[in-house]
Design a binder for this molecule. Structure first.
Ligand SMILES: NC(=O)c1ccc[n+]([C@@H]2O[C@H](COP(=O)([O-])OP(=O)(O)OC[C@H]3O[C@@H](n4cnc5c(N)ncnc54)[C@H](OP(=O)(O)O)[C@@H]3O)[C@@H](O)[C@H]2O)c1
Length: 319
């Protein structure tokens, strides 16, 4: 049987590079397509390319993230919508017309908070920095649950407060609702390679650290799990692809201090009010995601504590 032929869109980006490495490691026949070679954001150009030769799978890592952070999306709204809401549908429709299966990178940033079970009832706690949520984090973690793929996003344009980036990612998912393919939700990528985009590098470089609780995705684990889903022909649909579990930023800082022993001391923002007054413009998503659906397919992915610890132990400068 010949190796699968995979077309990689956005393979030049931070997440796309992890897919390119994983595809090469598997010996699959892949091609990274850049917009500068073929403008794949145009339906006609992409369809022509898909029809010109045999492709088994299209991986769409292209999108508009905002640099250095999502605040940049607030002043580049057209690019944000084009990259995150329109492009995914363009890719899905070109793939449908060409008869090729696709996978798209979505984000967990379309949720805020976590689900709490107390006294036999479940509620959503959007603010996991509240005193009640902090008490649960300290003493009753079994009461805290992540959002599943069946939960409606609660940090989107359909809700009172979200970032333009998160709204555009939720809109992308909504637009893909009736298109069959894989939607892989990534959340706060990190790994062992120092990089301005790596969460572990960001925490080390922030003047002050914002404490909250999140599920996070090891970059290579993420790419491996996404490709495994297609490789084992798991049902198409939405998957939360994070390392199972969650971490507080304080736990991440403690691990950095213990393993990397940096010269600096870490300081935290006093509260949300101070963080948003000084360091951020648009609201940030912080959330916990449930991986039951992913794990039920048989795909293996490390627990978050193991992925975090191994990344810090293997910490290396960017090549
Ligand atoms: N990084 C994160 O923290 C994060 C978290 C959750 C989800 N995601 C999602 O993961 C995907 C990849 O993110 P990334 O961090 O790898 O992004 P990135 O480093 O900015 O790379 C994105 C790539 O997309 C292509 N692209 C297509 N249209 C674009 C446009 N209008 N503006 C900019 N680039 C465009 C570019 O490739 P060419 O021009 O070479 O074709 C670019 O290299 C995105 O959908 C993003 O929303 C990222």
């Amino acid at each position: 049987m010949s190796a699968p032929r995979v077309l990689l869109l956005g393979g030049t980006g931070y997440i796309g590079q992890a897919f390119a490495r994983e595809l090469a490691a598997r010996g699959w026949d892949s091609r990274t397509l850049r917009r500068s070679e073929v403008d794949y954001t145009r339906f006609d150009r992409l369809l022509e390319l898909l029809r010109a030769s045999r492709w088994d799978f299209v991986v769409n890592c292209a999108g508009f993230t905002g640099k250095p952070n999502v605040d940049a999306c607030e002043t580049a709204k057209a690019d944000t919508l084009l990259g995150n809401a329109i492009l995914p549908v363009t890719v899905a429709q070109a793939c449908l017309a060409a008869g090729v299966t696709w996978g798209h990178i979505s984000s967990g940033c379309i949720y805020a908070g976590a689900k709490i079970t107390e006294n036999g009832t479940q509620r959503v706690e959007k603010d996991m920095t509240s005193p009640a949520a902090k008490a649960l984090l300290a003493g009753n973690r079994a009461a805290i649950h992540g959002f599943t793929e069946a939960d409606e996003p609660n940090f989107s344009f359909r809700h009172e407060r979200c970032s333009f980036y998160s709204g555009s990612k939720a809109l992308g998912e909504e637009a893909l609702r009736n298109h069959e393919g894989y939607i892989w939700r990534l959340r706060i990528p990190f790994d062992e390679i120092d990089n301005a985009r790596n969460y572990l590098s960001k925490v080390q470089r922030y003047a002050r650290v914002y404490d909250n609780v999140n599920s996070i995705s090891h970059r290579a684990d993420f790419a491996r799990a996404c490709l495994d889903l297609w490789d084992r022909r798991a049902p198409a649909g939405i998957y939360n692809v994070v390392n199972p579990g969650y971490v507080t930023t304080r736990e991440v800082v403690t691990a950095i201090e213990r393993v990397l022993k940096p010269a600096r001391a870490f300081e935290f923002w006093a509260d949300d009010a101070e963080f948003y007054r000084i360091a951020a413009k648009t609201p940030r998503s912080n959330c916990i995601m449930d991986t039951t659906k992913l794990l039920a397919t048989g795909v293996k992915i490390r627990q978050v504590e193991e992925a975090l610890e191994t990344s810090l132990r293997n910490w290396q400068p960017e090549k």
